[in-house]
Design a protein around this ligand. Structure first.
Ligand SMILES: Nc1ncnc2c1ncn2[C@@H]1O[C@H](COP(=O)(O)OP(=O)(O)OP(=O)(O)O)[C@@H](O)[C@H]1O
Length: 305
């Protein structure tokens, strides 16, 4: 699968006004192909509204959202370009998962064989002949992804796809989305699971109160916040703390007996310990985590509007 290396999704000065509420407020960001992009924000930040505008389900008050340079509503055979999972799929209760997919295939002019191929892709083959009413939430999520993949689209847009999945299901979803991105597809996924996003996403777009807060590669966003700390283990914590204080760094004792040091790089800490004849048993630089950074970036902007 080859796609343009350029931005696959472009959101350009997009706004949506609902009466007095500006749900999305002059929002601009772009999403690259071949990568998983996490779309993050506190409750009510405007994520779902943005995704719905991207998919032509909500009309923007102003601005533009395009996929491969075109608005969704202008795409010829959109099912072949964009697959979307906005909420756990709904289907006729008495219909089997396989028949549900086959009906979509027929309506879209796709061969029936795609139903079985996508059931296989999402690991639902054994349940394909069971009725939808017996599906668990996790199975419904998988069926939603199968439906989104029927047209073999280059772009996938998923709103909280991990909802209702157990840990094994979340891991499965992570592997699938990473594999789809590795094939060159564009994967945009909204989620509240920041720990999961830190592992899954290559890039993040963080919004709050309808506005862009930060976008970029996860590593850059984490690095830019200066949240990195160094974990140190020593049998002489008091001496080390004194040595670090003269460096301008601070050391906080942890429940497991280690010290968490901020304000100095690992090399400087090692050197300070060496000069003070302090023995070290562990010296590990820890990356700040996405949850910390997210809370810092969106502080005061969270909450129901
Ligand atoms: N059809 C609508 N009419 C009026 N207000 C709406 C409508 N749809 C969404 N809103 C409001 O717009 C704001 C943004 O909602 P949206 O669902 O886009 O946020 P979100 O980031 O997806 O939130 P969550 O993480 O809670 O799902 C909210 O305050 C919501 O109540």
């Amino acid at each position: 699968m080859t796609g343009p290396a350029s931005d696959a999704i472009v959101v350009d000065h997009l706004s949506k006004q609902y009466k007095k509420l500006r749900a999305v407020d002059d929002l601009s960001f772009s999403v690259r192909s071949g990568r998983v992009t996490g779309f993050l924000g506190p409750n009510g930040a405007g994520k779902t509204t943005t995704l719905r505008m991207l998919l032509g389900l909500v009309t923007p008050t102003s601005g533009n959202a395009t996929i491969g340079g075109e608005r969704y509503t202008e795409l010829h055979e959109p099912i072949k370009h964009v697959g979307a999972v906005l909420e756990a799929s709904s289907a006729h209760r008495g219909r089997t998962g396989r028949n549900h997919l086959r009906m979509i295939c027929r309506a879209a002019g796709l061969p029936d064989s795609r139903a079985d191929e996508t059931l296989e892709l999402v690991g639902l083959t054994p349940a394909g002949k069971r009725k939808f009413k017996g599906y668990s939430l996790g199975m419904k999520q998988r069926l939603g992804i199968a439906a989104a993949m029927l047209g073999n689209p280059r772009v996938l847009i998923l709103d909280e796809p991990a909802n209702g999945l157990d840990p094994e299901g979340i891991r499965w979803m992570r592997d699938l989305l990473k594999a789809l991105a590795a094939e060159g597809r564009t994967v945009l996924v909204s989620s509240h699971l920041l720990g999961e996003m830190q592992v899954l996403a290559d890039d993040v777009v963080i919004v709050a109160a309808g506005k862009l807060v930060r976008q970029g590669p996860v590593d850059e966003v984490l690095g830019s916040m200066g949240t990195s700390q160094v974990r140190v283990r020593t049998p002489q914590p008091a001496e080390l703390t004194t040595a670090l204080t003269s460096l301008g760094a601070s050391a906080t004792p942890q429940a497991d007996g280690s010290l968490l040091v901020s304000g100095a790089e690992a090399a400087a800490i090692g050197h300070a310990a060496f000069t003070a004849s302090v023995e070290l048993h562990e010296l590990v630089a820890e990356r700040g985590d996405l949850e910390q950074v997210f809370l810092q970036l969106t502080a005061g902007m969270a909450g129901i509007r």
